[in-house]
Unconditional design. Structure first.
Length: 365
């Protein structure tokens, strides 16, 4: 065996320990955070998949990380969520790990963002940690293997977990043709997901956020809602929005939800705002462009959720995402009017026990 192969095995075995002994995560994280973030991601999910493939380890993880309580259950859009804590899009882009992720106690998993055709995303490096701020900056650029491949994998999944499908457009598709990309993804995933999320709010695909404007966004959502009616039992259709929208733009979003009849919102995506960072300005500037997620987004995401829920008199269901690390963070979002919450950056920083800890904390409050 080569030296490189031996090192990879040692890394995977070390990472596997964090799933078997969550109390060790703080120590293991300090080691992992010395390695390139994207490489660590691949190691972590492969170690999780390896654990899932071994029956007694799979059972142990399910017992360790799953919190079952009737008061945690949520019925929304005719879907039963066993608990309100989901995994946000971006972690399992290609729907390869939903079965294994189910062992970590998630109430639902949102796969994607997927595009109709495979694409490599932006050049490396494109994922950066800001530990002092408990944050990440990414400019991944919708790197994925295409919606057809994701659909095929979901057809063969084993675990009964609620799956959301987050859909986007290819980078080389002009905005005037974007509607065709969203339609293609919708058709590919229709039979294998429980709900859809339209992503027009990522800052990492050039020009994508222009699709949040009232005209093009209404056109895309109307087309998908028409498809929804003719393809069979309609699937809940949600829109993911940016935290950087003004109140006037949020008012437009509320109006668009009403006129198109979509089923809700995911609030919020990553931000371009760097004003709340404590990380040295020089370091942030050296990282360059990308969307910021994690603790610095928490307050703004909550503001957006509260504004939408108050302005719509609670008529728009919202999945909250942005800066959720603890039960207190989740409760803040739920108190602001959200129906469900999602974690991503908090999951990276807090480790495999994140969902269990949040659920236990919600039960205690």
């Amino acid at each position: 065996m080569s030296r490189r192969g031996a090192i990879q095995i040692v890394k995977k075995q070390t990472i596997s320990l964090m799933y078997l002994c969550p109390a060790m995560y703080g120590i293991i994280r300090s080691i992992l955070f010395r390695i390139d973030p994207e490489k660590v991601h691949h190691l972590v999910v492969k170690a999780l998949q390896m654990g899932y493939s071994i029956p007694f380890l799979r059972g142990w993880m399910q017992k360790q990380y799953t919190v079952k309580d009737k008061t945690l259950e949520k019925e929304l859009w005719g879907i039963r969520f066993p608990n309100p804590v989901g995994l946000a899009a971006g972690f399992d882009k290609d729907a390869k790990y939903s079965d294994a992720l189910a062992c970590l106690g998630f109430g639902f998993v949102e796969v994607g963002t997927v595009t109709p055709r495979p694409q490599p995303g932006n050049p490396l490096p494109r994922l950066f940690r800001l530990p002092a701020d408990k944050a990440l900056i990414n400019r991944m650029g919708f790197n994925n293997e295409g919606s057809a491949g994701a659909a095929e994998r979901l057809r063969h999944r084993k675990e009964k977990i609620v799956i959301g499908g987050n859909i986007g457009k290819n980078k080389d598709t002009a905005n005037e043709n974007a509607i065709d990309d969203y339609e293609a993804c919708f058709k590919d995933l229709y039979d294998v997901v429980d709900y859809f999320v339209v992503n027009v709010s990522s800052p990492n695909t050039p020009g994508l956020r222009a699709l949040q404007d009232k005209g093009p966004l209404t056109q895309i959502l109307n087309r998908l809602m028409e498809l929804n009616k003719v393809m069979g039992k309609p699937k809940p259709l949600l829109l993911k929005i940016a935290p950087d929208l003004t109140n006037e733009q949020l008012d437009d979003i509320i109006e668009i939800v009403a006129t198109t009849g979509i089923n809700g919102l995911v609030a919020t995506n990553t931000t371009l705002d760097r004003s709340k960072l404590t990380t040295a300005k020089e370091q942030v500037e050296a990282i360059g462009a990308g969307g910021l997620s994690g603790l610095p987004v928490r307050e703004r995401a909550t503001e957006v959720i509260r504004y939408i829920c108050n302005k719509s008199n609670g008529t728009i269901p919202v999945i909250a995402v942005g800066g959720i690390f603890t039960a207190a963070d989740a409760k803040e979002k739920l108190d602001a009017g959200a129906s469900l919450v999602q974690v991503y950056t908090g999951f990276i920083y807090e480790g495999p026990a994140t969902v269990a800890n949040i659920c236990k904390g919600l039960l205690d409050k």
